[in-house]
Write a protein that binds this ligand. Structure first.
Ligand SMILES: Nc1ncnc2c1ncn2[C@@H]1O[C@H](COP(=O)(O)OP(=O)(O)OP(=O)(O)O)[C@@H](O)[C@H]1O
Ligand SMILES: [Mg+2]
Length: 234
């Protein structure tokens, strides 16, 4: 499903120096997998997701998702590719002039569905994230954790083949975090490939999923011991 080989993403810093947000990144994720992505702040997790969601291009290297070459995506192909993804951005990116319901239903509207025909589905997904009572509110009227759950509902509504979620439980209490991870697991059980970046090591330990650890733009595989301890495998 996801194949990155020798991928670099290089920015130029304020003094013109090169910053390698990703350096020689090699990642293989199969269709139907559920993968956690961990690593310290600044390691490159969001950069990796920006490339995966085709909001940015690699500086060099080879990156494909479901056979699509991300570096060559443009025009209609780009729009079509993005439409099939479910993305939870670290900063949510809700549209502030649309209600919660309108935000959530957006991926279906882009596909040509009407709000009226999809209202039931939208209300169901809002209920799944515990926010059906906020359907008519504006994003600015919600707490951070509520906004995050709207973003999660929007990523789930069109039953995408791939969900990438950047710290989707970063603003949630432990109980809600578990419920949200259950939703991702349910989508995964129905065939969706899921990649979740998180700093929540307890959650990673409990869920026993394949875990990739990014460090300074490079990835290492962390393995899950029988006893439940996660360690780096080098
Ligand atoms: N537009 C940019 N210009 C210059 N440097 C950038 C840019 N975007 C990201 N970087 C740098 O790339 C590195 C990786 O950033 P990234 O946002 O991918 O980290 P992250 O793993 O998501 O961190 P966090 O856990 O804090 O969200 C950082 O050192 C960051 O400063
Ligand atoms: Mg980040």
């Amino acid at each position: 499903m996801i194949s990155f080989a020798h991928v670099y993403k290089t920015y130029s810093g304020s003094r013109g120096q090169e910053i390698h947000a990703l350096r020689d990144l090699n990642v293989e994720i199969a269709r139907g997998e559920f993968v956690f992505l961990t690593g310290p702040s600044g390691a490159g997790k969001t950069t990796f997701f920006r490339l995966l969601s085709a909001y940015d291009r690699a500086t060099s290297g080879y990156a494909t998702v479901a056979g699509v070459r991300l570096n060559e995506l443009a025009g209609n192909d780009l729009a079509f590719y993005r439409r099939k993804l479910g993305v939870v951005f670290q900063d949510f990116r809700l549209l502030k002039h649309k209600t919660v319901l309108e935000n959530v239903i957006l991926p279906l509207v882009i596909r040509g569905e009407s709000l009226a025909s999809q209202r039931e589905r939208a209300m169901q997904v809002l209920e799944d994230v515990g926010l059906h009572h906020k359907a008519q509110e504006w994003p600015e009227q919600l707490s951070g954790g509520e906004q995050q759950r709207v973003a999660i509902a929007r990523a789930l509504i069109h039953r995408p083949g791939l969900i990438i979620a950047d710290e989707p439980t970063g603003n949630l209490d432990p109980e809600l975090s578990e419920e949200i991870m259950d939703l991702f697991e349910r989508a995964n059980a129905q065939g969706t490939t899921v990649v979740v970046a998180t700093h929540d090591h307890e959650m990673v330990r409990r869920r026993s999923k394949r875990t990739l650890r990014l460090l300074a733009g490079q990835v290492s595989e962390a393995e899950l011991a029988k006893g439940g301890a996660v360690w780096d495998h080098r």
